[in-house]
Design a protein around this ligand. Structure first.
Ligand code: AHM
Ligand code: MG
Length: 328
């Protein structure tokens, strides 16, 4: 059995980090604890798939024009209900809702929480990994009152994801490195299993939907030719949280390039690309939208906007970028 020097729960970890900032009000800690409770409730629903009637579509399309799965709706409601109770939250924005929901007047709430409640939900039918992704922005400046959530990812105060895989894992950052927790179902608490994660600098592994290869910009195909000639492996779950979790732990590069069907890529900037980019960079990796555009510097113009994604080990990302810019 693996032994830890000391057992630190997520709750204790958050209080520990908060105590390093004597002036902190504890508001962010309350928001993070709401996310942790949501994760436990959603994990419980995911684990009961097929025992309870939670699979399949509800027959509606969400704002993205995608079929909503029953569990998408359940997870969204869990997050809205749990975060709605926290006074520090002024606004929540979800992949599943057309417009952000204002919970309180600016000034009363301090944060905007953006999330994808259940990313990769089509994997649920086959017992594959799915996840919740979240991004937290400051929202206490009255000058920001209109569309104040449209801030570049570099301004995130916290970001993270929960992977409902063979175990339930929560990975997050408040801008001081990346820490990892596993839900211990016996005690109902997330227990810290790793601190200050660092992404491996190299791994000959790429992760993207190669089925779209014929409609990628040419540079991606130059990269794939090079990678395949150089002994790279392909690993793609098709659920961003599961793919990024693997890359964070083992290295490699994850991509969602522009395609004919999705000319700006498929992934959403505000609640998929930005939080993952913060985690990857905090772990020493690199996250780019194009050779000269860091994801975290993209200035958003719409809550559901999409962005191409190239992220992972810095050296592996660079191998992609060089093929996008040269005949390499
Ligand atoms: P979703 O938010 O509708 O679940 O879609 C996002 C998912 C990501 O998890 C994953 O990286 C991507 O879509 C996979 O797309 P594709 O099936 O085109 O490869
Ligand atoms: Mg998603």
């Amino acid at each position: 059995m693996h032994r830890h020097d000391s057992l630190v729960t997520l709750q204790a970890h958050i209080l520990e980090q908060q105590s390093r900032f004597p002036q902190a009000s504890g508001t962010l800690s309350w928001v993070l604890s709401a996310l942790s409770i949501s994760a436990k409730i959603i994990a419980n629903h995911v684990r009961r798939a097929r025992l309870d009637d939670v699979l399949g579509s509800v027959g509606n399309e969400n704002i993205q024009g995608e079929q909503q799965q029953k569990l998408d709706v359940i997870a969204n409601e869990v997050l809205l209900r749990t975060l709605g109770k926290r006074e520090g939250v002024a606004v929540v924005a979800s992949e599943e809702n057309e417009e952000p929901v204002m919970l309180r007047q600016v000034g009363d709430g301090k944060y905007c929480v953006l999330f994808d409640p259940l990313d990769g939900s089509s994997n649920l039918d086959v017992c594959g990994g799915v996840g919740t992704i979240f991004s937290i922005l400051r929202y206490d400046n009255p000058a920001h009152s209109e569309n104040g959530w449209l801030q570049a990812g570099a301004k995130q105060v916290a970001a993270g994801y929960v992977l409902y895989g063979s175990s339930t894992v929560l990975v997050m950052s408040i801008g001081m490195g990346v820490d990892m927790f596993v839900l211990d179902p016996a005690i109902g608490a997330f227990v810290r299993v790793a601190e200050q994660l660092q992404i491996p600098q190299h791994n000959k592994s790429y992760s993207l939907n190669e089925g779209n290869r014929l409609t990628f910009p040419i540079g991606y195909n130059r990269y794939l030719d090079w990678a395949q000639a150089n002994g790279y492996s392909s690993r793609y779950v098709g659920a961003m949280v599961a793919d990024i979790h693997r890359i964070l732990l083992k290295g490699g590069v994850f991509m969602y390039p522009p395609t004919k069907k999705a000319p700006h890529g498929k992934l959403r900037l505000m609640y998929e690309a930005n939080p993952m980019a913060m985690l990857i960079e905090q772990a020493g990796g690199k996250a780019m939208a194009s050779p000269d555009q860091r994801i975290l510097d993209v200035n958003p113009t719409a809550i559901h906007q999409r962005v191409p994604v190239i992220m992972g080990s810095a050296a592996e990302v660079d191998h992609v970028l060089i093929h996008l810019t040269t005949q390499g």
